[in-house]
Write a protein that binds this ligand. Structure first.
Ligand code: ZN
Length: 370
């Protein structure tokens, strides 16, 4: 019962790890570059630009991978441009079958045109709101919340954490730190994470993507991160013997016992070189061991993915079906920085009934094929 492309598109999805500046439409990059006078694009032809983003992968190197962001961030320095990108992001996710998403961005990267940090956040939230309204009108209701990201290599994390808390009732659901891992341990931003904790707010943290166990350990035990952005290197603490016996180290046990969500982004990991191929991606093992695995896009433009394509990819690589996809989706909804009663409402009112209907449909199709 392999899900068909049409069924995968209709399957309800929950997305916890997606970067706003990593998901622009190529046509929007070109439009905005013209409007704001950004001249750095490799080409102003939409088709060629789409090709440029696609053909530059796989890059197999995180630092190189991040270069694509120069262009997207370059055209997101004005209020209207940011709001447009945010609105289209919500529309694209809704089109992709996403019912709940947390989309992250780093306000400090959008101040080159003179915008203040809070205006950047306001512009994004405004875009999210109009995108959600348009999606609801089109019969695809979606809830989108923002995560504010501080850059690991900069020194503004405390300020960004304060900003996240200030906007907590206006659509911001948590705090994150991102950027090149090597040489920038999460503990450099301890005061920001302590602030989040004292405010009873939420934090996730990019850790254990290209870098190993120490960054995961620091994220959890020093920064009190509730989820791990990627966290895929937790497999370094898991050994599988020739006879199939699996042994978990103390950190891996802790992560699994405490049900700490892993925001896994399989295709992105392959493109950045963190993992060699999708078939070898640890998501297969981690799912089998019942870690709290979630499936995510990371950067839809740079990796050329959607939630639908990512679902298709893991079904293809691991022979998964609707049962696995529902499990991943429920894991993500349970792990969302969203109020408990509202999470339950989405789980029981949207995710479970829609997967039940899809599974029943798949059985009927199978029987008919007989
Ligand atoms: Zn990320």
């Amino acid at each position: 019962m392999t899900p068909t492309p049409d069924q995968l598109l209709r399957a309800p999805k929950v997305l916890l790890h997606d970067h706003l500046d990593g998901g622009l439409r190529p046509s929007t990059v070109v439009d905005l570059a013209r409007e704001v006078g950004y001249t750095g694009l490799p080409t102003t032809d939409v088709g060629e630009l789409a090709e440029w983003f696609a053909s530059d992968m796989p890059r197999r190197d995180l630092v190189r991978y991040l270069e694509g962001f120069t262009h997207t961030v370059g055209v997101m320095q004005q209020k209207d441009a940011i709001a447009r990108v945010a609105r289209e992001c919500v529309e694209d996710l809704a089109q992709d079958g996403v019912v709940y998403a947390e989309v992250r961005f780093a306000p400090e990267l959008h101040t080159d045109g003179g915008m203040e940090l809070d205006s950047v956040v306001e512009a994004v939230l405004e875009g999210f709101e109009s995108g959600a309204a348009a999606a609801a009108e089109a019969g695809r209701p979606i809830i989108v919340r923002a995560l504010l990201t501080a850059m690991r290599t900069a020194a503004r994390s405390r300020e960004i954490a304060e900003l996240a808390v200030a906007f907590r009732d206006a659509g911001v659901c948590g705090f994150d730190v991102a950027g090149a891992e090597a040489g920038y341990p999460p503990t450099r931003h301890l005061d920001a994470f302590q602030l989040i904790q004292r405010e009873n707010f939420h934090a996730t943290l990019h850790a254990g993507e290209a870098f190993g166990l120490p960054s995961i350990w620091e994220a959890l035990q020093w920064c009190n991160a509730e989820r791990l952005g990627h966290g895929v290197r937790i497999v370094d603490d898991i050994s599988v013997a020739d006879d199939g016996t699996v042994t978990l180290g103390r950190l891996a046990n802790y992560v699994r016992d405490r049900r700490i969500p892993l925001e896994l982004c399989p295709t992105s990991n392959v493109h950045t070189g963190a993992v060699r191929s999708l078939a070898e991606h640890p998501i297969g093992l981690l799912r089998r061991l019942r870690f709290r695995v979630t499936l995510n896009t990371d950067n839809r433009l740079m990796s050329g993915v959607s939630m639908t394509s990512e679902m298709a990819a893991v079904c293809d690589a691991f022979g998964w079906g609707f049962g696995d996809l529902e499990w991943l989706t429920l894991n993500a909804m349970k792990s969302a920085f969203h109020p408990f009663d509202e999470r339950l409402a989405i789980i029981n009112g949207v995710i479970k009934p829609r997967y039940a209907a899809l599974s029943a449909e798949a059985v009927r199709t199978d029987t008919a094929r007989g």
